[in-house]
Design a protein around this ligand. Structure first.
Ligand code: ADP
Length: 300
């Protein structure tokens, strides 16, 4: 079984400022830092740190070589990653002294994913391999259809939730990873158990993982419900919590052989919950995600 994460890679430019700039104003920046980002990259890093072999596919621009380095640093196989003309996807993030932020997103190379590239990548995978997707790249509906036709198991984190998802055949998804906001948008309900009921009715064959921030998470599959509390921590930055949960959930889930039992899922959820709680105690995304050894140590 192979794991492919086909998704976004970004350069996130953090500008520390006194206040978020007003229309027409020019403001001096106190500090600037560029970090790796993009849900595709963050989830691939989480999967690798959780101890699985993972390949990443996606597009970066000529300015994105640093992102290949990040992949290599964390053991994500970048051999399918494509460098295209133009700019890497990027964000400009203003962070003010009160911790408020405002973000400009430029899709860049993430929108350069085309069908010929998708075909080339998916030709390397087949029956039983896992495909991890988010909603930050072009050609998502095509990727889902083609991967499904090859017998791949599709894991979808429908984030950000927008109109483009309407073109995707979500009936082909094996595992949904959704947070409260996405769950509400998918189901029209705010109540976690109503979200799960509505999603299960729409997608009766799918495994559904709903994360609820510091209220924990819930798993649902064919009428089986497994709730998991969040681990209490002093959270300083929850960026990457959901991506960490995804990585650790998949590491546990793909290791289940045979029937998916309540007991097996409980163990998987508990570990994902511990890992994502650790992420919340650290700044940043990829950097903040704990390794399997760190999660083991926290369980002792
Ligand atoms: P996302 O980052 O996608 O919005 P959530 O906020 O739901 O996802 O967080 C994912 C998981 O991370 C939660 O289910 C929980 O296990 C953990 N988590 C999030 N925030 C906290 C927190 N403040 N304290 C402890 N764990 C947290």
């Amino acid at each position: 079984m192979k794991i492919l994460d086909f998704g976004s890679l970004n350069l996130d430019h953090f500008y520390s400022v006194d206040h978020i700039v007003e229309p027409g104003e020019t403001e001096d920046t106190l500090a600037i830092e560029t970090l790796s980002g993009g849900k595709g990259l963050n989830q691939a890093v989480a999967i690798a740190k959780a101890g699985l072999k993972v390949q990443i596919a996606g597009c970066i621009g000529q300015d994105g070589e640093m992102l290949r380095e990040v992949c290599r640093q964390y053991g994500v196989d970048d051999s399918l990653l494509r460098t295209v003309p133009g700019l890497t996807g990027n964000t400009v993030i203003q962070l003010d002294k009160n911790g408020q932020n405002s973000i400009l997103l430029y899709g860049g190379a993430n929108r350069a994913v085309d069908r010929a590239y998708v075909d080339e990548v998916l030709a390397q995978f087949g029956e039983g391999d896992y495909l991890v997707l988010q909603n930050e790249i072009s050609e998502l509906p095509y990727i889902i259809d083609e991967a499904y036709a090859r017998g791949m198991k599709i894991v979808l984190n429908p984030s950000p939730f927008d109109d483009r998802l309407g073109a995707c055949d979500m009936g082909k998804v094996t595992v949904f990873m959704v947070n409260e906001v996405e769950g509400e948008q998918l189901s029209g309900s705010e109540d976690p158990y109503r979200i799960l009921d509505a999603m299960e009715e729409k997608y009766p064959k799918a495994h559904i993982v709903l994360t609820l921030g510091k209220r924990g998470s819930v798993y649902r599959y064919r009428g089986m419900t497994v709730p998991q509390e969040a681990f209490p921590v002093e959270a300083i930055d929850t960026t990457g919590a959901g991506d960490t949960f995804t990585g650790y959930f998949l590491a546990g889930f793909t290791a289940i052989t045979g029937e998916v039992t309540k007991k097996a899922i409980k163990k998987v959820m508990e570990r994902a919950s511990r890992a994502s709680a650790i992420t919340c105690t650290r700044k940043g995304a990829a950097l903040a995600i704990p390794t399997a050894a760190e999660v083991d140590a926290s369980m002792r």
